[in-house]
Design a protein around this ligand. Structure first.
Ligand code: SAH
Length: 349
């Protein structure tokens, strides 16, 4: 039995080790090396005998990701990493500096199945879901490389986190573990295109994380045109589960709304949106859509965005326009994709 060590809890590691006749305290040591000291290999674990390190690396592979490329924005120091996974696949992560600290935007899948019309992650198709340890590893490698503590996480990179539910839940358990980096659940946001049964499932876990919903349109007619998931779970169904989520967790829901010129940015859209969100503990994040070469959408003008905000505000809905970071390195929302995949693979040959 081979088990991916970075995805195991301390309890699982302890049990697996003792089944192999390895003393319990070794599990604690290994866990600390991995999740506290962010070790990249068993060879770094110097308080373990060499024989044991060799045995462990054979039985429990350490699926780290490696930095294949790093780009730093000249405008705002946002850093985009291209990570190579153990099987040669690639994912991207972005680290942004805010007043309150460093935030990492991590990927949860290689590619995406959701097919949103304006998003780059969907273009190359779907390859696979990431293991919990592969999501962790993006943060660990970035933190080590930057030499700075990353305090906030957004699950808003490539992929749909709720389409990789169990692995994402395990990632959350490990990253918030006090024996690991102990990041507060309140500092973590999970963004979804709206897989309603999974939102309900998330609700059952009663976690204090922030739920972000990629809404992008207030009516079914419009939303189904740009987000195929809406044909499965419509706007009313989605908003009903959000209302329940906000009420039961007392956590404010964040609605993402990419402003697409002439598509979803009319006064009417703002009014319908406001009426549908009324009474909910929520916030709307407006993002002038980031242009993706192959997609036809253009960002709304600054005046349009301002007018949209003012209609929402007049109707009692809290809305802000998201600041664009890393625009010179294609690190903004929805721009992460695997176009480097081919180049990097070629480079390796
Ligand atoms: N699958 C998840 C998380 C990944 S996308 C989700 O759908 O929420 C992260 C955010 O970027 C989502 O809100 C997504 O809708 C948005 N996004 C995608 N493409 C974009 C683009 N071109 N411009 C602006 N935002 C975009």
């Amino acid at each position: 039995m081979n088990r991916d060590i970075l995805s195991m809890t301390l309890e699982e590691m302890t049990d697996a080790f003792s089944e192999m006749g390895i003393q319990k305290f070794r599990a604690k040591q290994v866990y600390e090396w991995l999740h506290r000291h962010l070790a990249c290999s068993y060879d770094e674990m110097l308080n373990l005998p060499k024989l044991l390190r060799d045995e462990l690396s054979e039985k429990f592979p350490l699926y780290n990701c490696e930095i294949a490329r790093k780009q730093v924005s000249k405008i705002d120091n946002t850093v985009k990493y291209l990570f190579k996974l153990h099987d040669g696949d690639f994912v991207e992560s972005v680290v942004m500096k805010y007043k309150y600290g460093y935030t990492i935007c991590v990927s949860s899948q290689v590619g995406c199945k959701m097919g949103c019309a304006f998003c780059a992650s969907t273009l190359g198709g779907f390859k696979r879901s990431l293991l919990p340890g592969e999501i962790l590893s993006q943060l660990y490698r970035a933190q080590k490389d930057l030499g700075e503590r990353i305090s906030h996480i957004v699950l808003m990179g490539m992929g749909e986190p709720l389409d990789n539910f169990e692995n994402v839940m395990r990632f959350l358990a490990l990253i918030t573990d006090e024996k690991g980096l102990n990041i507060s659940m309140r500092n973590i946001s999970l963004s979804t295109c709206g897989i309603v049964p999974k939102i309900e499932e998330l609700l059952k876990r009663k976690m204090q994380l922030t739920l972000s919903i990629s809404l992008h349109a207030p009516t079914d007619e419009l939303r189904s045109r740009i987000m195929p998931i809406n044909k499965k779970y419509d706007v009313d169904e989605l908003l009903a589960s959000c209302k329940k989520y906000a009420a039961e967790t007392s956590r404010r829901i964040s609605f993402e709304y990419a402003m697409l010129a002439g598509v979803n940015d009319s006064d009417d859209c703002a009014k319908i949106l406001a009426s549908k969100l009324r009474g909910m503990l929520c916030h709307v994040n407006l993002i002038p859509v980031n242009e993706v070469a192959e997609s036809p959408f253009k960002p709304s003008s600054a005046e349009r965005v301002e007018r949209f905000v003012s209609i929402l505000s007049k109707n009692g809905i809290n809305a802000t326009v998201r600041r664009k970071l890393g625009s010179d390195i294609d690190a903004s929302c929805g721009q992460l994709r695997l176009k480097e995949n081919q180049n990097c693979k070629k480079g390796d040959e």
